[in-house]
Design a binder for this molecule. Structure first.
Ligand code: SAH
Length: 353
């Protein structure tokens, strides 16, 4: 039998597991403390647990702990990790240092099957979903490497979080738990390319996190040319889902808008975007695209980005330009992993939109 990842268990799931193993329920919380608060590397460190239980856990379970395969440190304090998982697959995690605290950007899948044309993470398709504990262990790996606290988490690394819904929900529960590293739900941002049914499913959870939607274009021809997912869930459906989300959760949405020269950065496009989302109280984050190998796109120049921002603001839409961190390291998400995996990725799947 393959060993199961103990890091992926919520307290409730651990409680059920202890019952299954004929152990008292209170052991669940103790083990959770060891794994998530003290971040024990081995079951043998769990000194308050009976020897027989430790032996049983060692036999059937493992604690997720990623190896640092590569690491790039930027002059501005940003650190980008290529972590190796237990099965040899690699993912990327980024630490960003802001004045309000350390933010970790986590991957949620090995690869991605959404096919966005500007994104390096999706070029080899999706290999597999990450388990909840594997996502949590990205944060713990950064904490171990730096010896620093992490206060904010963004789900904006490799993968589409809503394409791995159940594991991502367990991850959020585990790392926001007071018995774990206790990061407040308001300090999470989850970014999606726009899987409409999953946005509705997330709304029902009524979490206090920030939902970021990767919009990138205000009309269907333009958006479909950049993001195949738009063929399945066109702009009108996506915006309707965003409005429902705001209504259900009382939380404002943030739109990501990666600016591509000559594609989505004209004055008319800004006007169209303003018309589409005006009145939602939403925030637009403008990001000049990070050019990746094999993509036809180049970045809008800074003056153009500023003009686009000004135009949105003049039309009553709140917009900021994302501060660029880690410029001197391989910054665009998914690039480090692509560089590392020569010869492509076997058994990867792509979405047929
Ligand atoms: N799958 C999720 C989260 C991961 S990507 C999503 O699509 O939102 C995080 C953000 O980076 C998204 O807004 C994505 O569109 C954007 N992105 C991906 N590659 C980029 C690139 N090369 N330059 C700029 N933004 C990029």
């Amino acid at each position: 039998m393959e060993k199961r990842c103990i890091t992926s268990f919520t307290i409730e799931q651990l409680t059920a597991l202890m019952k299954e193993l004929g152990q008292p329920g209170f052991r669940a919380k103790q083990i959770f403390h060891w794994v998530h608060q003290k971040q024990a590397a081995e079951f043998s460190q769990m000194t308050d647990q009976p020897k027989a239980l430790i032996a049983r856990l060692e036999q059937d379970f493992y604690i997720a702990q990623h190896k640092v395969r590569r690491c790039q440190r930027s002059k501005d304090g940003t650190v980008k990790y290529l972590f190796e998982l237990a099965d040899g697959n690699c993912i990327e995690t980024v630490l960003m240092r802001y004045n309000y605290g350390n933010t970790v950007c986590v991957s949620t899948q090995v690869g991605c099957r959404m096919g966005c044309r500007f994104c390096a993470s999706t070029q080899g398709g999706r290999v597999r979903n990450l388990e909840a504990g594997e996502i949590a262990a990205e944060i713990y790996g950064v904490m171990r490497d730096t010896g620093e606290r992490v206060s904010h988490v963004v789900l904006m690394g490799i993968g589409e979080p809503l394409d791995n819904f159940d594991n991502v929900m367990d991850f959020l529960e585990i790392v926001s738990c007071a018995d774990g590293i206790n990061i407040g739900m308001r300090n999470f941002s989850l970014s999606t390319c726009g899987l409409v049914p999953m946005i509705d499913k997330l709304a029902e959870k009524k979490l206090q996190l920030t939902l970021s939607v990767s919009l990138h274009a205000p009309e269907n021809t333009m958006r479909s040319s950049m993001m195949p997912v738009n063929n399945a869930y066109p702009v009108e459906q996506l915006i309707a889902a965003c409005r429902r989300y705001q209504q259900t959760t009382g939380r404002r949405i943030s739109f990501e808008y990666s600016m591509v020269r000559g594609v989505n950065d004209s004055d008319q496009t800004a006007a169209m975007l303003a018309k589409l989302i005006r009145g939602m109280g939403a925030h637009v984050n403008l990001i000049p695209i990070n050019p990746v190998d094999g993509s036809p796109y180049s970045a809008s120049d800074d003056a153009n980005v500023r003009r686009f921002q000004q135009r949105l603001m003049d039309l009553g839409v709140n917009a900021t330009v994302r501060r660029r961190l880690g410029q001197d390291i391989s910054a665009a998400c998914g690039q480090l992993r692509r560089e590392d995996s020569k010869g492509g990725v076997p058994n990867a799947d792509h979405c047929q939109n």
